[in-house]
Design a protein around this ligand. Sequence first.
Ligand code: COA
Length: 347
Amino acid sequence: MLSPCTNVTRNLRMLPNGYAMLRARIIGTGSSLPNKILTNAELERMVDTNDEWITTRTGIKQRRIAAEGEFTSTFAVEASLRALEMAGISADELDLIILGTVTPDFPLPSTACIIQHEIGARKAAAFDISAACSGFVYGLSIADKYIRSGIAKKALVVGAEVLSRIVDWTDRNTCILFGDGAGAAVVDASDNDNGVLSTHIYSNGSFWETLYQVGSGSRNPATSKRTIDERLFYLKMEGNDVFKHAVRAMEEAACAALSANDMSPSDISLFIPHQANKRIIDATAKRLGLTEDKVFINLHNYGNTSAASIPIALDEANRAGRLSSGDIVLLDAFGGGFTYGSALMRW
Ligand code: COA
């Protein structure tokens, strides 16, 4: 019987894999979420929607929302400290901090620099990356390359968002989907078989207008009257288009990871996809032939937290004892841009 990936990988760009003995290995995870819970019942009082519609179309039951005085860095710093504590290392051992976010504290400086300062990572280089919901997988891919090349030994990869500040709370098409929070992972150089086996990251900018927030950049400055009048600082989305592309892209990225490592879906111990919509996750898992017990889902609690979704899920799976040494773990992401990608790890 053909593997579910046989047709999908035929035309994919394959990157060389395993060219160095070193690889990044996650040695600590952490997450942080706002205390405030916004339920579907509460949303019913804000826009024309209902719990039944949201649950059947998305699987989401509630999401966390940052309070006044809480920022992306608030959660990023807390998640990072928890990851460092689990890793048992101090912040000044870090060589690199990479933050995936589309809701940084400020355009300048990077929020990664705020994290660097607040956790006391005195010798780390720090930068943000903008890859939307694929931000953590992109960040892990970059950290892995720095470690494989021998330039960095220990890195902190974070995904953090306060999406509630760019969500249009009058738009029922989008406001039901998103939530706030952060997740982080400390990676260390590993010279054995445990760690990141491969990463594959991709983009397709031709679809950028299906998921975007165009206010406050150089095209539409935050100070311009048009940005305010046309509400350009809010997130906008063509849900149906995003849905279709997400399933196809996540299948492609997952299959690229498996093919590069001569594995098949049956080798996967735990599949941790981006938590955008339960129907997207179910459709992707079905295409890969994965059974429910191999798929980690927590989006009913948090909604779509963009770059934070995979590291929050990874931390929950880790702390729940779902990851054992030697397990094959597949991270699979898709987001605005479009961006997408996968990371295959031996835990
Ligand atoms: N409550 C009730 N009805 C709603 C609604 C809401 N919150 N949002 C939309 N609707 C209505 C629409 O207006 C439409 O009504 P109409 O038929 O009278 O025009 C109807 O529900 C169907 O809308 P549609 O957009 O076709 O629904 P859908 O099945 O595609 O589900 C999404 C909408 C957004 C849940 C789905 O497209 C999705 O999840 N897309 C991916 C989004 C995503 O994950 N983005 C981030 C990627 S990283």
